[in-house]
Design a protein around this ligand. Structure first.
Ligand code: AMP
Ligand code: FE
Ligand code: FE
Ligand code: ZN
Length: 287
């Protein structure tokens, strides 16, 4: 079984449409693929409808959160959520708020960029993002205009945190997000918890706290993404050990973004036992 539990489509900052994504997953030999766009479920229906026979599509999302960094200061954290009930009202409202934060923020960054990069048209940018706007949409526009040579160069330059064009957004407190996902019958998994290249790291002590949010564990954190391109061997080892100690689900995945990142579908995968545990733990939706 080849199982990839973290991918992005054009419903957020990937470049494949959901239909193209599931066809590519099938062509890559995957048996299971989760669609986990940032803060939106908008790609689910198209992905399910287009899924070739023999490919299971898991409905998921990657939620923008704020956790506690190793230095005690807030740090951005991505939290994967699987098989939750999309109709759960509190959770649906929070997703809508996050998307609003995203488009306000990308619009503001586009305005700031437009001063120095006249090829950037804030209205065009927002018209082209789809339901969940992100910095990769700005990066592509800068590349297409010839203002930077690559998406990576855009993230190293004008789009980096702390740049004069950078605007922050207000994400969901991580503990609150874990509770909301559990209340919607979903399973939460911390994404790329030790991706050093993205900046400061999440305090591992907070992962322990998230597991015990509800005595008995059912309402707490479900798992940790261990095998990911942004983890070095030592960091993956640390996370695998922690997951074992806390009896959490261990996942591995590609974080595929189409042409926006050099990652291949199935580049990292999840063991079938962990996948089955995730599916059986979820009560919001089935596969
Ligand atoms: P945002 O969610 O708007 O803050 O943008 C962050 C997103 O940009 C992440 O979800 C990644 O998909 C993407 N990203 C971050 N760094 C890079 C990079 N160096 N190259 C390509 N994409 C990146
Ligand atoms: Fe992304
Ligand atoms: Fe992420
Ligand atoms: Zn992702």
């Amino acid at each position: 079984m080849h199982i990839d539990l973290h991918t992005h489509s054009s419903a957020s900052d990937g470049t494949d449409t959901p239909a193209e994504l599931v066809r590519a997953a099938n062509a890559a030999g995957l048996d299971v693929v989760a669609l986990t766009d940032h803060d939106t479920t908008a790609g689910w229906d198209e992905a399910l409808k287009a899924a070739p026979a023999g490919l299971t599509v898991v409905r998921g999302m990657e939620m923008s959160c704020t956790g506690r960094g190793e230095d005690g200061n807030p740090v951005p954290v991505h939290l994967l959520a699987y098989l939750f009930d999309p109709e759960n009202e509190a959770f649906a409202l929070e997703r809508a708020r996050l998307r609003e934060e995203r488009s306000t923020r990308i619009g503001r960054m586009a305005e700031l960029l437009a001063v120095d990069y006249p090829s950037i048209d804030p209205e065009d940018i927002l018209a082209g993002t789809g339901p969940s706007a992100g910095r990769p949409h700005l990066a592509r526009a800068l590349v297409d205009a010839g203002a930077v040579p690559s998406v990576q160069a855009a993230f190293d330059g004008p789009l980096r945190t702390g740049s004069q064009y950078y605007v922050a957004k207000v994400d969901t407190p991580l503990d609150r997000a874990v509770e909301m996902i559990a209340a919607a019958g979903g399973v939460s998994v911390i994404a790329h918890a030790r991706a050093r290249t993205r900046g400061r790291l999440l305090d591992l002590a907070q992962i322990r706290e998230l597991v015990s949010l509800e005595p008995g564990g059912a309402g707490g954190l479900g798992g940790i993404e261990v095998d990911h391109a942004d983890h070095n061997a030592e960091d993956a080892r640390i996370l695998r050990e922690l997951a074992g100690e806390l009896d959490l689900i261990i996942t591995g995945s590609s974080d595929y973004h189409g042409r926006n990142k050099e990652l291949k579908l199935g580049q990292h995968t999840t063991h079938v036992d962990d996948y089955e545990r995730l599916v059986s733990q979820a009560s919001g939706l089935s596969v």
